[in-house]
Design a protein around this ligand. Structure first.
Ligand SMILES: [Ca+2]
Ligand SMILES: [Ca+2]
Length: 172
């Protein structure tokens, strides 16, 4: 029995030591960059809406922590000439306290580019009923950025989160 214990200790050391050695001072360092995909989805009344195949989509690169939430978003397959707004949407409806991260009009090719930074506080916010933060691309006309809530719902025109994210605001 004792030999077995010793063996398991040695084994666990063998596994953990390289991980410790690789820590913050390792060659790659600890990345502060997150990647999130956004998708056009179908409301099939299930909890997890399926992604529309070959539908509109987007990709956001963002900071995982820092004094401000920094992001670069690129969307594709959208409606040319339509203005979109990238938001953090806290549940429940209508997303009271939502944050407008930035807005832009889709070009002739249906592409939209939104980049910037926002003092968001920690994401998700305390009153958000989700485990993580939902990032959506919605029609700019459907959101009231001053009142910080959604005013219209056009789910077929939006891009929804591929995953929930978290952000640590380091000066909050
Ligand atoms: Ca801050
Ligand atoms: Ca914080």
């Amino acid at each position: 029995m004792r030999k077995l214990m010793l063996l398991s200790i040695v084994l666990s050391l063998l596994v953990t030591l390289p991980m410790i050695a690789k820590g913050p001072n390792g060659p790659a360092g600890k990345s502060n960059v997150g990647h999130l995909n956004l998708y056009e989805k179908i409301n099939d009344n299930s909890d997890d809406w399926p992604i529309v195949e070959d539908g509109a989509w987007g990709k956001m690169t963002y900071s995982l922590s820092g004094p401000e939430f920094e992001f670069v978003f690129n969307g594709h397959g959208l409606e040319a000439g339509v203005e979109y707004c990238l938001i953090y949407y806290p549940d429940p409806w209508p997303g009271n306290g939502l944050i407008c991260l930035g807005r832009a009009t889709a070009n002739g090719g249906g592409n939209v580019h939104i980049a910037g930074s926002a003092d968001t506080g920690d994401l998700p916010a305390e009153n958000d009923t989700n485990e993580g933060a939902k990032i959506w691309l919605v029609l700019a006309d459907d959101v009231d950025c001053t009142a910080a809530r959604m005013i219209v719902w056009n789910e077929t025109e939006y891009l929804f989160e591929g995953a929930l994210i978290t952000f640590d605001d380091t000066d909050e």
